[in-house]
Design a protein. Sequence first.
Length: 325
Amino acid sequence: MGNRLSRILEENQGRFVSGQEIGRRLGTSRAAVWKQVQTLRRRGFGIEGARGAGYRLLGRPDVIEEADLRFRLRVHSLWNTFHILSLTDSTNSRAVALAESGAPEGTVVCADAQTGGRGRFGRAWESPPGLNLYVSLLLRPRVEPPQAPQLTLVTAVALAAAVEASTGLSARLKWPNDLYLGGRKAAGILAELSADADRLRHVVIGVGLNVNADERDFPPAVRGKATSLKIQAGRAFPRVEVLGRFLECFSDAYRLFLGAGLRGVLPEWRRRSLLDGKRVVLRVHGDDVAGTAVGVDDAGLLIFRREGASVAERLPSGEIVDFER
Ligand code: BTN
């Protein structure tokens, strides 16, 4: 009920809506509308009431609620089970545990904050409350195990599309798993898979997206290198809106991937590639190697030419630790 009222107020974008009109749309009395307004105010919504004019929305709390998220998804959505937590160690760890106890494809785990957020190569992912998105997706695709890492590129394409649709900014992708805005990292992806010799059991895809963090919210070590949607766009974004868009963009990209393989999404990846033709430093198994990132091949491998080499190599994993700006 409260969600329907908040949606009516949201649709009117800060303009007054009369109590009578709201009551008509909700099928309740004006007195019942007033009670619901009180409930929303207790939940942190800013609602102005004026005699003769009605009610208008001044602000909403930036919380992610399941009903609100579901409302933003298509009717026959890929996503069916939601674990929306205020605090957890790591949404990836939660999703892996759920996967191992038989949770279905289409399970989403999202947390307001993480105490043990994990990044690639065993690094920590700072996850303060109230600002960003920390979300993990559980998938059980019927693809060969060697294809599973390609889902990182599929996710990056979906994330870029969702960020662009939400903000109007242009997102760039840094192989294999980073999303950049204005030359700085705004999001990272951590895919973890479980497979038998010839069969993929599940894939968990974790996404950390900096949404409303300000410069001061980043730890000193990444200040100047990290960014957020808010820093780049100059305004804050409701996290549930960005998450809803991402989940829908992911469904589209995932469908293309299942139908046509990586080539279904590669044009969208290449169009946003940050590194093509640039001189980079690549870290492989602890060694830093200078060379050129030529591009990404049809299987999602990095085409890399070492300095001085005449032939390029294709790498399934690694980290670009520095690149020509
Ligand atoms: C990276 O760039 O190193 C990847 C960062 C991935 C962070 C996300 S936040 C949600 C999910 N849960 C985790 O513990 N990690 C991922």
